[in-house]
Design a protein around this ligand. Structure first.
Ligand code: BMA
Length: 340
């Protein structure tokens, strides 16, 4: 445990002594480094899986639980629950989540991908890209990762990357999302919305637009549940640039104001992670790193970031919160070219 991080206690959250961890390897230049055992979940970990990626995990009981994006060999995309003692070796349910749904109009709308899981009180809320006349943000909750209760969709279509904040802000539930189109969305920006009850959402505000630097110039979307720190909300996000051979997905980080998260305080001009290993560059969709979850240990400042590689496998990366925040602050640029 680093003395500095302990005395600063930057993360305003719980201790997580069993967070998966590996020290930064010598020679690593940036503030984020990959787990040496990547990928942690192979594409064929389930009998019917084509790929398992872009998935969300949280601390649960003495270990961890999660909701995983599993594209089947039918190429239908489903959500599966999974459990782990150490956050590295995962047991995924072979059957997809069968949501309990009392809303007839949503019952048959079962498409699901890119889940996030957010604990608020004693409930774990799942947001994911669902389908209702186009992509929209599905919402459900569970207390045990066995029964999942479907709620109303959060937004009108078309929208992706719905990410809840882990507590109410100024008395309201809060969510980030990224309005999109029905296809591969050539451009898109991150917005903030509030709700009194997780059903009715409003006061939509632009947080930040695509731009600032090339890796994030076409579209951006929030990734893991924001982590509350003494500096503000640490938001890890993906950014996209269109290249000659397709879209390239990288990862950046920003710090949002604690009381008014639509205000960006700092935002990385360089990426903090980009596709460069074989499992990130080769797969069903090459050149994609797509983070959907981060574990945080308030005692040590350790972060474990879960991300999808090349739309095929699940991988893990690490960072130290103080080092990451220093990096964000000293490499920050804020150009809101979408504000007007
Ligand atoms: C986005 C989403 C992600 C995917 C990415 C790259 O639009 O569909 O699930 O990882 O494209 O294909």
């Amino acid at each position: 445990m680093s003395k500095t991080s302990k005395s600063r206690r930057t993360i305003l959250g719980l201790a997580l002594p069993n967070i998966p961890w590996e020290d930064k390897p010598a020679g690593c230049r940036g503030p984020v480094w990959r787990y040496s055992g990547n990928p942690i979940i192979a594409r064929d970990a389930l009998p019917t899986s084509n790929s398992i990626f872009n998935s969300a995990v949280v601390p649960f009981k003495r270990g961890f639980a999660g909701v995983f994006r599993v594209d089947h060999t039918t190429r239908f995309t489903k959500l599966h629950a999974g459990f782990s003692e150490d956050g590295l070796r995962w047991d995924l349910n072979p059957e997809p989540i069968d949501f309990i749904c009392n809303i007839p109009e949503l019952k048959e709308r079962i498409a699901g991908y890119d889940p996030r899981v957010c604990r608020i009180g004693d409930r774990y809320y799942v947001t994911w890209c669902s389908s209702y006349y186009g992509p929209t943000i599905g919402l459900a909750y569970t207390t045990d990762f066995k029964k999942f209760h479907r709620m109303e969709n959060a937004v009108l279509p078309c929208n992706r990357n719905g990410v809840l904040f882990p507590r109410k802000i100024r008395g309201k539930y809060a969510m980030l999302s990224r309005p999109s189109d029905k296809g591969h969305t050539p451009s898109g920006d991150i917005f903030y919305s509030e709700s009194p009850d997780l059903c009715y959402w409003g006061r939509h505000r632009l947080v930040m637009a695509a731009g600032v630097s090339n890796w994030q110039c076409n579209k951006i979307g929030a990734g893991p549940i924001p982590i509350e720190t003494t500096e503000g909300w640490l938001m890890i996000y993906h950014g996209v640039v269109q290249s000659c051979s397709g879209m390239v997905y990288s990862v950046g980080a920003a710090i949002l104001d604690r009381d008014t998260p639509a205000k960006v305080r700092y935002r990385t001009v360089p990426y903090i992670l980009n596709p460069r290993t074989p499992y990130e560059c080769v797969g069903d969709v090459p050149n994609v790193v797509f983070p959907c979850a981060a574990l945080a240990d308030a005692d040590t400042g350790r972060l474990a970031i879960y991300y999808g590689g090349a739309d095929t496998v699940t991988a893990l990366a690490f960072a130290q919160v103080d080092e990451l925040i220093d990096f964000i602050k000293s490499n920050s640029g804020l150009v809101y070219d979408g504000r007007s």
